[in-house]
Write a protein that binds this ligand. Structure first.
Ligand code: NAD
Length: 444
């Protein structure tokens, strides 16, 4: 069977490296349409629980995972051996920044080293991890070429950025996939593969175009969110309700898209990915000033939030020191269980440092670790502070001097929270009415 027929008949064996927020949903969707999928992850515990049909991601139902396991279409592994028989390999590993905000490609390079050991003719390698333009061609390709195999002839290599939006209920198959290969044949095969389980695939002329497309999408969000945060700070001073302003601006039928203030843009993507480009731009003696400015404003938002808590407590004759503060939500956005880059990891240490007594509530995140290095937790000999989510009841709110809403998880009656709490700082406009005198907002 030719490679094209293998894909069309869904007989191609697929291996996905990285069973995280991107890799796992892919594995299930690809297995659902009939491909045999192997999922590789370095975390043994994760591999074991996936093989038992237990999904740790809210958007991937354990029932669906169990079904593809039962049909023998999915299995997870802690080794890379499945790469040997794989026709298609998808890389979905993290792409963080290091402590100096420099791209850390070590996860990609480690994966490619393993792929290289098993690279063979008629194999398609796809990178899905977000990265700077040039990674596929300048980092991955030279490593794979060392095998003596030729790209576009012996094996195929492409970039296909991931666009999933955790917590958004849009069907996986409805999110158009952009694909860009090293050669035309690489692009064509990648397009053919994704069109087996995604309705619209948009081929572009190179992997660099596809890499830049993903960054443009995230830069657009970071800059616009930071711009609205800047206006929120100004509106706070001018006593203009930014939330009402946004609602009014939204009535314009064209040329305006609403973005909302918050205590910081979190997650593994928007606050980090743009800086992959800033770093790469320096190679061209170019400074991406919009990105840097947007990042700066974003990083100031947790500090502004703590200042608002300070002000609001002060209005009630209290100080942060010795105040009992309930942090409402530590996920980086509503209705998900992901806390990466969440504002809470800056705000909680800062409040602790100022002497507050902190509890938190998050229905999706049962426990968190606060790093001592940023927390300066007084008198603590531990490197980290472990906190557990409280069991929430409206009555328990009275125990706190202040409730700080960082995440507006759905299914809670925020009007009731405002009624029962002594003081609320609402960074998400979760409390819609303007009748509660005990509610302070970011931006008015
Ligand atoms: N999470 C999102 O919403 C999202 C959306 C679009 C793009 N992305 C991008 O996709 C990539 C993956 O993100 P994610 O959110 O899935 O990350 P994640 O941390 O949820 O998952 C990554 C997984 O890879 C595993 N892993 C790390 N190194 C490995 C290796 N060498 N071999 C095998 N497994 C390894 C980790 O154990 C983890 O399970 C990143 O580049 C991210 O920027 C993420």
């Amino acid at each position: 069977m030719s490679f094209v027929e293998l894909i069309k008949n869904r007989k191609a064996k697929v291996t996905i490296i990285g069973m995280g927020y991107v890799g796992l949903p892919h594995a299930v969707e690809i297995a659902k349409v009939g491909f045999s999928v192997s999922g590789i992850d370095v975390q043994k515990k994760r591999v074991n629980s996936l093989n038992k049909g237990v999904s740790y991601i809210k958007d991937v139902k354990s029932g669906e995972l169990k079904k593809v396991i039962k049909n023998k279409k999915f299995k997870a592994y802690n080794t890379y051996k499945s790469l040997k028989k794989a026709d298609i390999v998808i890389i979905c590993v993290p792409t963080p920044l290091d402590d100096y905000r420099i791209p850390n490609l070590s996860y990609i390079k480690f994966s490619v080293k393993e792929i290289k050991k098993y690279l063979h003719k008629e194999q398609l390698i796809i990178l899905e991890s977000t990265t700077y333009p040039g990674t596929t061609e300048e980092v991955i390709l030279p490593m794979l070429k060392e095998t003596g195999l030729e790209v576009g002839k012996d094996f195929y290599l492409s970039f296909a950025p991931e666009r999933i939006d955790p917590g958004n209920n849009m069907a996986f198959s409805d999110i158009t996939k952009v694909v860009g290969g090293i050669t035309k044949k690489c692009t064509n095969l990648t397009e053919l593969f994704y069109s087996q389980f995604i309705k619209n695939v948009h081929p572009v002329s190179s992997s660099k175009i596809a890499e830049m497309t993903k960054l443009l999408e995230n830069i657009y969000r970071l800059i616009n969110i930071s711009a609205i945060n800047e206006l929120a700070l100004l509106c706070g001073k001018m006593q203009i309700d930014i939330w009402e302003v946004i609602d009014a601006a939204k009535t314009k039928p064209y040329g305006f898209q609403a973005f909302y203030p918050s205590s910081k843009v979190g997650g593994h993507c928007i606050p980090l990915d743009p800086f992959y480009l800033s770093w790469k731009a320096k190679e061209y003696n170019f400074w991406t000033r919009f990105i840097e400015l947007a990042g700066e404003i974003n990083e100031q938002m947790p500090h502004y939030t703590v200042t608002t808590v300070n002000y609001a407590l002060n209005q009630q004759g209290k100080s942060i020191r010795n105040s009992k503060i309930l942090i409402w939500g530590v996920a980086y956005k509503k209705d998900i269980g992901d806390s990466r880059e969440s504002a809470s990891f800056e705000i909680i240490p800062d409040l602790l440092k100022k002497g507050a007594i902190i509890d938190y509530f998050d229905p999706y995140i049962p426990k968190i670790s606060i790093q001592k290095k940023s927390a300066s937790i007084k008198n603590s000999t531990e490197r980290t502070l472990e906190l557990k989510s409280i069991d929430f009841s409206l009555r328990s709110l009275k125990k706190y001097d202040c409730v700080l809403i960082l995440t507006d998880h759905s299914k809670f009656d925020y009007e009731e929270i405002a009624k029962n709490a002594r003081l609320v700082i609402d960074t998400k406009n979760a409390i819609k009415s303007r009748k509660h005198k005990n509610v302070f907002r970011i931006g008015g």
